[in-house]
Design a protein around this ligand. Structure first.
Ligand code: GLU
Length: 308
């Protein structure tokens, strides 16, 4: 398996320091192994109005000094690949229509597991008689398509987290509105693009066993994974707009240019001294995945602006 890596932002807004730090890490993993680094725009369910974020995200990554091989791939132009994968799972009897609304799923999940249960689909429609399911589909009832996972338990191995084991629920493969779901698209794309090592934020770790199952069912070789710690605000919540100046544009307006931001990110990873001027390439010889901080980076953007 290659060490080729990628960064796969969803163009739903400007990238913030957390996204930029993950992008830097993904780049470091790939480039320190002399592997390819690819860019993929995850715009499956993003309207055209968000097009400007595609440009701003790529511009920000370039401003930090990151580079990638070839043109960025757009998920919105790859529907045929997802349809093919879905058809393969359908042929194997692994797909069923689900007519549940979000509210019904939430209620059923909390009845089973209590109020703060993660939203795990309880399999209601998996138990419908096939004739009944067909009748409702033929009658034009709106439905999602789900994977018949049958409660299988899957273990994945992560470079930073070790073995992670989880029971996989019946994930959505195609949504009610017809859009292919993230879990299907990400697997199809990473496999098709030859990605051997997936580096991304550790908020996605819990979805990884689901994706590993899809690799297995689609007859694809699993990649390796490295889920890296997130950046959190002072309230310990995932860094977001409301925490203050968190994007490259906002930080720039407060006197922190891209070089300063890169130096800050590198320092947060133990790869540079506080305030040291660095370019991404300078960090390659210093980078060792095993030395990465395992804890989230807690950041108060207000203090950054003052330091500018
Ligand atoms: N598009 C996802 C995001 O921006 C990342 C998906 C991934 O890296 O697998 O959160």
């Amino acid at each position: 398996m290659s060490h080729d890596g990628r960064f796969a932002p969803s163009p739903t807004g400007e990238l913030h320091l957390g996204n930029l730090r993950t992008a830097l890490l993904a780049w470091l993993f790939a480039r320190s192994q002399r592997a390819r680094f690819l860019m993929r725009i995850e715009d499956l369910d993003v309207g055209r109005a968000r097009e400007r974020f595609v440009d701003s995200q790529l511009a920000d990554l370039r401003a930090l000094g990151l580079d990638w091989d070839g043109e960025p791939v757009r998920q919105s132009r790859r529907q045929a690949l997802y349809a093919q994968a879905l058809a393969r799972l359908e042929r194997e009897g692994l797909v069923y229509p689900c007519f549940c609304s979000r509210r019904e799923i939430r209620e059923a999940a909390s009845a089973q597991h209590g109020e703060d249960a993660e939203l795990v689909y309880p399999g209601t429609c998996a138990r419908l008689a096939p004739s009944e399911a067909r009748r409702r589909v033929d009658a034009g009832e709106e439905h999602a398509l789900r994977l018949r996972a049958e409660g299988v338990v899957v273990t994945v191995s992560d470079r930073l987290h070790g073995a992670v084991t989880r029971r996989v629920d019946d994930i959505v493969l195609r949504r009610r509105d017809g859009a292919f779901a993230y879990n299907l698209a990400v697997v199809v794309d990473d496999a098709e693009q030859g990605i051997g090592e997936i580096v991304r934020g550790d908020d996605l770790l819990s979805s990884t066993p689901r994706q590993a199952l899809l690799y297995d069912l689609l007859g694809l070789e699993r990649p390796s994974w490295a889920h890296v710690p997130l950046v959190l605000g002072p309230d310990r919540a995932r860094l977001a707009k409301r925490h203050g100046a968190v994007t490259l544009r906002e930080l720039g307006e407060r006197g922190l240019g891209p070089e300063r931001v890169l130096s800050l990110l590198a320092a947060s990873l133990g790869l540079a001294e506080e305030g040291e001027q660095v370019a991404p390439h300078d960090l390659l010889p210093r980078f060792d995945p095993m030395d990465l901080p395992r804890e989230p980076w807690i950041l108060d953007p207000g203090e950054l602006a003052e330091a500018a």
